[in-house]
Structure formats: structure tokens, C-alpha cells
Design a protein around this ligand. Structure first.
Ligand code: C2E
Ligand code: CA
Ligand code: CA
Ligand code: CA
Length: 278
């Protein structure tokens, strides 16, 4: 392709390394990838612990690049963030995930769809209004959406991001602290946030079966979450043993390969039908 040979000349002249070129190429291609559906969403169930009947979903972005193949979302999100274009991607994700939620709701599955935000999204004053309009357009109640924000993003909190979190909360959206345990947020910080869910990072959950230290950490995190009045979700639930331990220890919601990997919308529908008939 002409585009690629152009970049090759740039590399030759400036001596950039392969990695830098790859990032440039990803950035050059991403808008087109959104349009021609190389980028899509996959969905992973979030299962209620009590009787397993309350189901939600998390939307996770996927990019199948024509020359690079599958690109890890953390890699290209970092590229798009540093190019100052993340809000474009986030809005595409929110729209696509909301449309999927609408389809599920109209089939009688009133589930909550979770979407991941980047730290930079919280600096955008018009994000709350963008979401309000989408919900209105699709005739979806705010309970249909949840926004997941990483603990480290929340720690970069500014007056502006806190104001935006409050505005999102006031729309009636559920807010969730993602990757909990990987940052160092303080209790006083946690207390003032308008969040309803805490997600324990999968690094503490994946080895629960064999690791007593992780069990202690997860146990006290569940207690902490409940003390703060939050629902606690564990991600990275891979085994039946882990599931049973989490349920016995009061965890509210479970997510992980034990139930399903993130899958395309059609497969998620299929999983849901099967699961509800179990
Ligand atoms: P995350 O939000 O913490 O998402 C959970 C990650 O754990 C996903 O990786 C998921 O596939 C993986 N996972 C779920 N269950 C299990 C399990 O049982 N075992 C293991 N080993 N892994 C499990 P994925 O899809 O590669 O996404 C990586 C990260 O990329 C996400 O972490 C999130 O930070 C980011 N990301 C994905 N989609 C979006 C998006 O639309 N917007 C933004 N801003 N970030 C996104
Ligand atoms: Ca997440
Ligand atoms: Ca997470
Ligand atoms: Ca993560």
C-alpha cells in the first residue's frame, strides 16, 4: 500500500525503530478501521453471585488489523490516547455498546452494559451530555449502562474529573472502579467518589485457588467494598473452585473465563439464551 511505503521512507530517513513505526501505522489506520469494521466489540458476561440469574455484560474492544493481525487493546488504546484521539474511540464504543444493549433490552434481557473509559475521557466536559443524548435516542434507561474507570485513572483525579464523575452519576449511570488493588487510592478518596461498584483486579483472583495471600487480600477487599456501600465484582474467575470461594465470601458479581471469554455479539446472545435455560 502507498501509505505503508510512505512510512517506510520516513523510517529510512529518521532511523525510527520498528516499534515507533508500528505505533504510527496504528494511529494512521484507526479511523478507517472504525468505519470498515476491523474494530468491533466483544462482550463478556458479569454474573450475579446470589443465584446466578442476574446477568450484565462488559464491552471490550477488538481490532483485527489487515497486516498486524489481532492488536492488543491496551497497545492501541495507549497509541490513540497519546495521539489525543481517545474521545473519538470512546464515543464510538459507547454508541456501539448502547446499541447492543438496546437490542438485548428489546428482547427482554434488561441487563447492564459496562463500558471502559480512559482517564482522559473524564476531562471531557461534554461526555455526560453525549451519553444522555444516546440514551434518549435509543430510549434506554440509565440502568442499561455502567462506566468502568480504572483505579489509577481515578487517582489522577482533578476537580474537573470529579465534577464529570458527579455529572455522570447524576444521570443515573452506575460507575465502577476497575482494576482495584493495582493503584494506591486512599480511603478518603474512595469515600468521596460517586461510585457503586468496585472490581477487584484479576491479578488477585486468578490464583485464588492456590494462593492464601491472594485469598486474604480479596477477602478484605470485599469487606472494604461493602463497608463503603459498594457492590464488589471479581474479574478473572477461571475455575469453579474460585467461583465457589468468592460466593462463600460474599462477592456480589463474578466475571471470567469460567463463565465465558469475551465473544462477538451473536455468540453472547447465544451464551445468554443457553445460560438462562441451564
Ligand atoms: P479490563 O477492563 O480490566 O478488562 C478485563 C480484561 O481481562 C480483558 O482483557 C478480558 O478479556 C480479560 N479477562 C476477563 N476474564 C478473564 C479471565 O478469566 N482470565 C484472564 N486471564 N483474563 C480475563 P482485554 O479484552 O484484552 O482488555 C484489556 C484492557 O484493555 C481492558 O482491561 C481495558 O483496560 C482496556 N480496554 C478494552 N476495551 C476498551 C475500551 O473500549 N475502552 C478503553 N478505554 N479501554 C478498553
Ligand atoms: Ca473493565
Ligand atoms: Ca479490570
Ligand atoms: Ca485492565
Amino acid at each position: 500500500k502507498a501509505r505503508q511505503s510512505h512510512l517506510f521512507i520516513v523510517q529510512y530517513e529518521a532511523g525510527w525503530d520498528e516499534d515507533h513505526l508500528r505505533r504510527l501505522q496504528l494511529f494512521a489506520d484507526f479511523k478507517e478501521a472504525l468505519i470498515n469494521e476491523e474494530i468491533c466489540l466483544h462482550y463478556q458476561p458479569k454474573v450475579g453471585a446470589s443465584d446466578g440469574s442476574k446477568i450484565g455484560a462488559e464491552a471490550l474492544i477488538r481490532w483485527m488489523h489487515p497486516t498486524f493481525g489481532f492488536v492488543n487493546p491496551e497497545e492501541f488504546i495507549a497509541v490513540i490516547e497519546s495521539a489525543g484521539q481517545i474521545s473519538l474511540l470512546t464515543r464510538w464504543v459507547i454508541r456501539a455498546a448502547s446499541m447492543q444493549a438496546k437490542q438485548l433490552w428489546s428482547q427482554g434481557h434488561q441487563l447492564r452494559m459496562s463500558v471502559n473509559l480512559s482517564a482522559l475521557d473524564l476531562l471531557e466536559d461534554d461526555l455526560p451530555d453525549f451519553i444522555r443524548k444516546i440514551l434518549q435516542e435509543l430510549e434506554l434507561p440509565p440502568e442499561a449502562l455502567c462506566l468502568e474507570i480504572t483505579e489509577s485513572a481515578i487517582m489522577q483525579e482533578t476537580e474537573r474529573s470529579l465534577a464529570n464523575l458527579n455529572r455522570l452519576h447524576n444521570l443515573g449511570l452506575m460507575l465502577s472502579i476497575d482494576d482495584y488493588g493495582t493503584g494506591y487510592s486512599s480511603l478518603s478518596q474512595m469515600k468521596q467518589l460517586p461510585v457503586g461498584e468496585l472490581k477487584i483486579d484479576k491479578s488477585f483472583v486468578m490464583d485464588l485457588d492456590s494462593n492464601e495471600e491472594d485469598r486474604q487480600i480479596v477477602k478484605s477487599t470485599i469487606e472494604l467494598g461493602h463497608t463503603l456501600g459498594l457492590k464488589v465484582t471479581a474479574e478473572g474467575v477461571e475455575t469453579e473452585l474460585t467461583r465457589d470461594w468468592l460466593i462463600a465470601n460474599g462477592c456480589d458479581t463474578l466475571q471470567g473465563y469460567f463463565y465465558s471469554k469475551p465473544v462477538p455479539a451473536r455468540d453472547f446472545h447465544h451464551w445468554l439464551e443457553q445460560y438462562l435455560q441451564r
